[in-house]
Design a protein around this ligand. Structure first.
Ligand code: NAD
Length: 500
């Protein structure tokens, strides 16, 4: 067995050369073999890295012209596009998702870099001439300084790319702390930024756990935090970060419902439920985990879904498989425990993911797709975000009952309705209390020029990711009122400025 590769921080354009006090193992989830040993940053090191970022912002990037920034952004876009397959392979090796899916997430991240290439247009302010006699007013948006990005394991490239290109395009310096479970993709992408000509220190990668996150939350020179992860940690990051005076957007967990009306195309709905339920082994924040079937369609829909599930190949994501392993052994075991608890709570286990073969060598962290029927609120399989390949069917009697169920859920990230009734779809988009809505589209992830974010316990803060909300999050506004010398406006006047 080969020795695990050391994975370390990238500070000021180069790999860190210190010795870590603490490290953490990184596994290939398809084989169960430890492939990496990750350096975990101490609070002291995080402080040093923030200092490096601040110096880079103050000395160069803050004052870089829009032309200089876009030259770097366009070059980065080209490099990322060229390296898509390499980065996809790194993702598969540490996360486990199949190669096509891994490359797909890089493509979605690339779209944000493309959006950020338009920063000269996105940062254009307003100008009003002669608002008062010979007085002009204009608005500008300026960078914040050092901003931090803290990302989850499930999209090791795409989630960081939701934030980093826009933060950099807006003139900030960035410290990113990726998930400790699959850290290599962020290092590879950071190297592309350097190759694209981004000055040293503008983007730094610190690896770590709670200690590094807390150090970022406490550091006075970190002005904004973009966090994505589970709801309890998102809420914690939001509370501590805002208490420390930072701007925080903290995207949390999800329980996404797909409402199927009796008039829906059931083949389309069955395909969508399987794709969105089991793609990336259910480890997507936009995965469908609750299928809400409006009777009388449940039996027919379940038969179609079961039939499709029988055709799925679970195994090593580098092979011809549909679904890879879960990210760690502990996560696989936790997800598998819901199969027992669901049965104990009275749900019907239609397809048991512990049975059947997987196409892989070694001791990978596999669990095949699982289907539950007769799930109701109050059961753990319904109430918890399982974050694995477990799809639960909830039977309801009407559209209203389905809507009430979805709106009562604590999460509000994504949802979808399947129907051929335009009026019903229109009602749903208006009445559902969820941030991202699909109509006959199961995973409605917005394009880069719209913004991504949920409602309720799926987002803390009021800014969604990327799109114009991203540009606003990473800048602060200033309004300038200007008058050039004119003798007729001279003289003393202590009154509040009024227009003439
Ligand atoms: P996680 O909350 O365990 O970790 C997220 C980040 O927080 C990581 O960088 C991790 O190192 C750090 N962290 C972990 N424990 C911490 C602690 N006690 N204090 C401070 N920081 C801590 O999440 P995960 O398991 O990596 O990712 C899966 C979760 O992310 C799911 O809940 C999923 O729904 C959510 N997610 C949400 C979105 C969204 O857009 N809303 C997108 C992707 C993932």
């Amino acid at each position: 067995m080969s020795t695990p590769t050391r994975i370390t921080h990238l500070v000021n354009g180069v790999p860190w050369e210190g010795t870590a006090e603490r490290t953490s193992p990184v596994f290939n989830p398809a084989t169960g073999v430890q492939t990496g040993e990750l350096d975990l940053a101490s609070a002291e090191l995080v402080g040093e890295v923030v200092g490096v970022a601040k110096a880079a912002w103050e000395s160069s990037w803050q004052r870089s012209s829009l032309t200089q920034r876009t030259q770097v952004l366009f070059k980065f876009r080209e490099l990322l596009n060229a390296k898509k397959a390499d980065i996809g392979a790194l993702i598969t090796a540490e996360h486990g998702k199949v190669l096509s899916d891994a490359e797909g997430e890089v493509t979605r991240g690339l779209e944000v870099a493309e959006f950020a290439c338009g920063i000269p247009h996105l940062l254009k302010g307003g100008f009003s001439e002669n608002v008062s006699t010979k007085v002009d007013v204009y608005s500008i948006r300026q960078s914040l300084g050092v901003v931090a990005v803290i990302s989850p394991f499930n999209f090791p490239a795409m989630v960081p790319l939701w934030f980093v290109p826009i933060a950099i395009a807006c003139g900030n310096a960035v410290v990113i702390k990726p998930s400790e479970k699959d850290p290599s993709a962020v290092n590879a992408v950071a190297e592309l930024w350097a190759e694209a000509g981004l000055p040293d220190g503008v983007l730094n990668v610190v690896h770590g756990d709670k200690e590094a996150v807390d150090a970022l939350l406490e550091h006075p020179d970190v002005k904004a935090i973009s966090f994505v992860g589970s709801t309890p940690i998102a809420e914690y990051v939001y509370d501590v970060g805002t208490r420390n005076g930072k701007r925080v957007q903290a995207l949390g967990g999800a329980k996404n419902h797909m409402l199927v009306l009796p008039d829906a195309d059931l083949d389309l709905a069955a395909d969508a439920a399987v794709n969105a339920g089991f793609g990336s082994a259910g480890e997507r924040c936009m995965a469908i985990s609750a299928l809400v079937a409006v009777e009388p369609v449940a039996d027919e829909l379940i038969a179609k879904i079961t039939d499709r599930m029988g055709k799925l190949v679970t195994g090593d994501g580098t092979r011809e498989t549909d679904m890879g392993p879960l990210v760690t052994a502990a996560h696989r075991d936790k997800v598998a425990s819901y199969l027992d608890s669901g049965v104990a709570d009275g749900a019907t286990l239609v397809v048991d993911g512990r049975e059947g073969d997987v196409d892989a060598d070694g001791e990978g962290f596999f669990l095949r797709p699982t289907l539950f029927d007769n799930v109701t609120p109050g059961m753990g399989v319904y109430d918890d975000e399982i974050f694995g390949p477990v799809l639960s069917v909830v039977r309801v009697g009407s559209y209203d009952e389905g809507l009430e169920l979805i709106n009562a859920n604590t999460y509000g990230n994504g949802t979808a309705i399947f129907t051929n009734d335009g009026g019903a779809a229109r009602r749903f988009q208006n009445e559902v209390e969820v941030g991202m809505v699909g109509i006959n589209v199961p995973i409605p992830v917005p394009m880069a020029y719209f913004s991504f974010g949920g409602w309720k316990s799926s987002l803390f803060g009021d800014s969604h990711a990327h799109g114009m909300e991203g540009v606003h999050f990473f800048t602060r506004g200033k309004v300038v009122t200007s008058r050039w010398l004119d003798p007729s406006h001279g003289g003393l006047n202590l009154g509040f400025p009024q227009n003439d």
